[in-house]
Write a protein that binds this ligand. Structure first.
Ligand code: NIG
Ligand code: FE
Length: 404
């Protein structure tokens, strides 16, 4: 396997504050940088003037390199869409968990080939906007057979696949919710666990309560799955406290938080994942990520890509919204979308560009990472590399030359 050296970066974001050539900030910024990769990992990072030889040279022509985005929350396996529901919301209809049933019906009616093709299309969109790792949940099948189909597609597409049988109680169990909880924590879990790393519960108004969530997550943990949780999106249920008590890797959404929740999170190893796309597309009050960071909570940003609340695959869009609406600095938002996402997946091999880490990175056609928020809605990612191989490249003619 040959080594490749990337030269002429205006800026390299390493997320490694200890890098000697870096600026010592959490982003570990290096100007006039080079990076060498060897097979699937990073072999050298520093100033171009000290760069070692490599077999292949790539001139990045004044662009910026960042760690690939780690999108730690998505629901990509589904049938149909909910454009009409979105349009109604924009005219004042509030979001409720009930909309999930629409997608459940369309998912059940879709064959596995259609579900797979749709999920693959969305993963390709993600790669085109710089995402190198994505977590994918099931949760739109809600029968054992349909969840098995969805879970196996998620598992084909990522090692970070999540069992979400507890998304909502499906219509046929409306009057027998205890039976549904028993099914999720029993046969459905047993059938899906081989294709899942994580277990999640939508613990909120209109979905599952804290006791149900505790039971289901406990059953998943007993099967070897790791817990994570949809928490405090619509109401303050106590799901954040439950997540911390279970040492969940992440509690996600976190719109309805009080000071106690922040204290509990700050003294835990549970990450708070905010989902700017969901708050944007449900026209909700934005999660207060500024207050979380100021309280010492580790914050991740993810897309929550799903057909109901957040039909975006773009982490740059989520960064721009987090900066504009959640009052994060561009540096904080980028960290949360890369290193923060890695922490939300309990991964230490990604989210950082340092020797020995995975060669997962995105090339931004701009002189600084700040442009990700400064130029909202502009497709700035010119190339995405995962495990040392190029996943996506914009033809050179469409990549503007950066001046700095
Ligand atoms: O993360 N909140 C629960 N689940 C999804 C929404 C699912 C849907 O409405 O289809 C979310 O926002
Ligand atoms: Fe979600």
């Amino acid at each position: 396997m040959s080594s490749t050296r990337f030269d002429n970066m205006a800026m390299l974001v390493t997320n490694d504050p200890a890098n000697e050539a870096g600026d010592g900030s959490p982003l570990g910024l290096i100007r006039d940088a080079s990076m060498v990769i060897d097979a699937d990992h990073v072999a050298w990072v520093g100033h171009q003037t000290h760069a070692p030889d490599a077999d292949v040279l790539v001139d990045l022509d004044g662009q910026t390199v960042i760690p690939g985005f780690v999108d730690s929350h998505s629901h990509l396996v589904f049938g149909g869409d909910r454009a009409e529901e979105f349009a109604a919301r924009m005219s004042g209809t509030p979001y409720s968990a009930g909309g999930i049933a629409t997608t459940v019906a369309e998912t059940r009616a879709s064959d596995s080939g259609e579900l797979r093709a749709n999920a693959r299309r969305l993963v390709a969109e993600m790669a085109a906007s710089g995402t190198t790792t994505v977590e994918i949940k099931g949760g739109y099948g809600l029968t054992t057979d349909d969840e098995v189909r969805c879970q196996s597609i998620a598992h084909e597409l990522t090692p970070e696949s999540t069992f979400l049988g507890a998304h909502v109680v499906p219509p046929e169990f409306r009057d027998r919710r205890d039976d549904y909880v028993a099914l999720v924590a029993g046969d459905m879990l047993d059938a899906c666990a081989p294709n899942a790393r994580w277990i999640d519960v939508f613990c909120d108004r209109g979905a599952f309560d804290v006791d149900e969530a505790r039971l289901i997550l406990g059953a998943g943990v007993a099967k070897g799955l790791l817990p994570r949780l949809h928490a405090h999106q619509l109401s303050r249920t106590g799901a954040v406290e439950l997540g911390v008590a279970l040492d969940a890797a992440s509690v996600d959404h976190c719109n309805e938080m009080n000071a106690d929740d922040l204290d509990v999170l700050a003294s835990s190893s549970t990450v708070a994942t905010v989902l700017p796309g969901a708050d944007f597309s449900t026209r909700s009050r934005y999660a207060d990520a500024r207050r979380m960071i100021d309280a010492g909570v580790v914050v991740a940003i993810a897309s929550d890509c799903n057909p109901g609340t957040s039909y975006t695959t773009s982490m740059p869009f989520c960064i721009a919204v987090a900066v504009r609406e959640m009052s994060l600095t561009p540096a904080e938002a980028l960290w949360s979308a890369t290193a923060g996402g890695a922490k939300a997946l309990r991964r230490d091999d990604i989210g950082v560009l340092a020797v020995g880490k995975r060669a997962d990175f995105a090339v931004i056609a701009a002189p600084s990472y700040v442009h990700l928020a400064y130029r909202p809605g502009v497709a700035l990612v010119s190339a995405t590399w995962k495990s040392g191989s190029q996943m996506m490249r914009v033809p050179r003619s469409t990549t503007p030359r950066a001046r700095y």
